[in-house]
Design a protein around this ligand. Structure first.
Ligand SMILES: NC(=O)c1ccc[n+]([C@@H]2O[C@H](COP(=O)([O-])OP(=O)(O)OC[C@H]3O[C@@H](n4cnc5c(N)ncnc54)[C@H](OP(=O)(O)O)[C@@H]3O)[C@@H](O)[C@H]2O)c1
Length: 323
């Protein structure tokens, strides 16, 4: 098969690679589309190695048809139209996935749309609703609101009755987030978000923060949280350390949670995928949720696609099409 390979100068080349075959409990998927994630930039730079046992080919999600079944797989058939959450390998013509990390392509969507869903909806669902335990009506602060994860999180929050405040980099992104369902927002280039969020949230503060920024937002984040609030850190785009006032943590009984999806156990990811299928997937057929796609590139142009993401030019997902 062909797959994207990273050369010594971090260029992405479409080259021959050994075709993987499914082991027990796994399925092989003939990939029709995959999508770029911020993590791909770090993996390309050698800063985010795949977890043990995972493919070292880029690609954390895909959509396509099941092409082979490993032993013990009963819930899927060859030819099924699926999308999958992957620990790697999506940038190749064939990928293997644990059978419980696979989801049907939602009714009415094509492969390009379905490839935009698994990683970002799983991340938003896991962190806000499974770890964050959000209840209807509770307010959320969401940084990088127009990112892939952000655009999924806004839709979930709107659908589950959680008012959401976003921070973003441009007016266009802010307007997009509002249209998608954000209640309010702030341009990160226009000064501190803390006073604006506090005014929006009122005395009770926000119940949860989904934060891919980390270090340089830590102090303001803690100030925005209300009693029993959760700061869920999913990325370090703003650095890995920052000042933390433990007094505020104590008095407000704040939880600070660090979270990565990719390194979780197979069983834990299967649980996330099962909940997505039951609680989120029907929302695509009903029109409550939708894929947010910025642009599509042929897989051979993966380098250009990653450059667009690295430049913070995207709103939602960038899709890579396989022939
Ligand atoms: N822990 C996990 O399991 C997990 C899973 C998936 C993703 N993530 C993380 O979640 C984040 C979003 O991922 P994605 O693939 O959805 O990203 P994406 O679509 O590439 O969007 C990232 C956006 O973040 C904003 N940004 C960039 N640098 C920033 C900075 N220093 N401070 C504040 N904002 C900044 C930019 O938007 P603006 O122009 O609006 O500023 C950029 O477009 C990434 O950090 C990623 O690593 C974590």
């Amino acid at each position: 098969m062909k797959a994207i390979v990273i050369d010594s100068e971090q260029q992405l080349l479409w080259q021959d690679q050994p075709e993987p075959s499914p082991g027990p409990g796994q399925v092989a998927i003939r990939v029709r589309a995959t999508a770029v994630n911020r993590a791909d930039l770090m993996q390309r730079a050698g800063l985010y190695p795949p977890p043990p046992g995972a493919s070292d080919i880029l690609g954390l999600e895909c959509a396509g048809e099941i092409s082979a079944l490993g032993s013990g797989v009963s819930q899927w058939r060859v030819g099924d139209r699926v999308c999958a959450l992957l620990a790697g390998g999506g940038y190749g013509e064939t990928v293997v996935s644990h059978q419980d990390h696979v989801l049907p392509v939602p009714e009415g969507l094509d492969f390009f749309e379905a490839a935009a869903l698994p990683e970002v909806f799983a991340t938003a669902w896991l962190n806000l609703y499974m770890l964050g335990g959000l209840q209807p009506g509770q307010k959320v602060l969401l940084h990088a609101g127009a990112s892939g994860v952000g655009t999924a999180a806004i839709q979930l929050c709107k659908g589950l009755d959680n008012p959401v405040f976003v921070t973003v980099g441009t007016e266009e992104k802010l307007e997009f987030c509002r249209q998608l369902g954000a209640s309010a927002g702030h341009l990160r280039t226009s000064g501190d978000f803390e006073p604006v969020v506090k005014e929006w949230a009122g005395k009770g503060g926000v119940a949860a923060i989904l934060d891919p920024v980390g270090g340089n937002y830590l102090e303001q984040n803690v100030k925005c949280l209300g009693t029993d609030g959760s700061l869920i850190i999913i990325g370090l785009m703003g650095g890995r350390s920052g000042p933390l006032d433990l007094g505020r943590l104590l008095v407000k009984r704040i939880s600070v949670v660090g979270s990565t999806l990719r390194s979780r156990s197979d069983a834990s990811k299967a649980d996330v995928v099962r909940q997505l299928r039951e609680q989120v997937w029907p929302g695509f057929a009903e029109g409550r949720f939708r894929p947010v796609i910025h642009s599509r590139f042929p897989i051979r142009e993966a380098g250009a696609a990653l450059a667009l993401v690295a430049d913070n030019k995207t709103t939602g997902k960038v899709i890579l099409e396989l022939e």
